[in-house]
Design a protein around this ligand. Structure first.
Ligand code: NI
Ligand code: MN
Length: 236
């Protein structure tokens, strides 16, 4: 598919490195070092300008504090997670909430709903992490990406489709903690996107959903591209 100058690299699980048309590097859900799906050679980032965090589970924020201290990126998250990050010494946070849009460097980020949970495991205690979210990212060249975060399908995905018209969606399909291909196939009908990157599957044996199953359940959606990347592979 045509990504209009945007390069997306799947680092495995819910984590993506996105290079913008002007050469900024965005990391969505910083789980890199301990991420068993992430290829070794991609665990060190050369550059990091913006970090987007969908929720407080370890498999989405484990490297947030270390990477923020090392690279000093702008960090976007829901208010409660920003407070928690600040308490750990992270600077340059942009706290927001659902429905809000912020311009961060050369991208525009809208925080949208996700149907999941959001506790932060911190020294053996679960802290309230606000709510989980997804992001709609608009690039200066007109390309729009929807990263759903960890979520079940929800009816308001129809609103996300109609309001933001994403060109590409990253949707979880692993089952157990998120949608399986069954729910993701329904989500694709609500969103009306023409292209999807399946994510949050295969990292551990319990995440059993597969792109093949998603393909099987969406054969009737005309023109749909299921872009089944391998961890470390890029698009654009
Ligand atoms: Ni989660
Ligand atoms: Mn997760």
């Amino acid at each position: 598919m045509e990504t209009r100058g945007v390069k997306l690299t799947w680092l495995g699980h819910g984590t993506f490195k996105v290079q913008t048309p002007v050469g900024k590097t965005i990391l969505i859900d910083p789980w890199v070092q301990g991420n068993p799906a992430c290829p070794e050679k991609l665990k060190e980032l050369e550059q990091l300008d913006v970090m987007l965090i969908t929720h407080g589970h370890f498999d989405h924020i484990a490297d947030a504090v270390a990477l923020a201290k090392k690279h000093k990126p702008t960090v976007v998250a829901i208010w409660e997670i920003c407070q928690w990050l600040a308490s750990k010494g992270v600077e340059n946070t942009v706290d927001m909430n659902k429905g809000g849009t912020e311009k961060v460097g050369d991208i525009e980020v809208t925080m949208v709903h996700a149907d999941h949970s959001c506790g932060i495991l911190d020294e053996g205690k679960i802290l309230y992490g606000g709510e989980p979210c997804g992001y709609v990212i608009r690039f200066a060249t007109g390309f729009t990406l929807y990263h759903a975060g960890d979520t079940n399908v929800f009816g308001d995905m129809k609103i996300i489709g109609e309001l933001y018209k994403p060109n590409l969606a990253c949707l979880p399909i692993g089952d157990r903690y998120t949608m399986s291909p069954r729910e993701a196939a329904y989500a694709l009908r609500l969103l009306g996107v023409r292209a999807v990157i399946p994510m949050h599957y295969g990292t551990f044996p319990i995440l059993t959903g597969t792109p093949g199953k998603l393909k099987e359940l969406t054969v009737d959606i005309e023109g749909l591209e299921i872009l089944a990347l391998k961890p470390g592979e890029s698009l654009g």
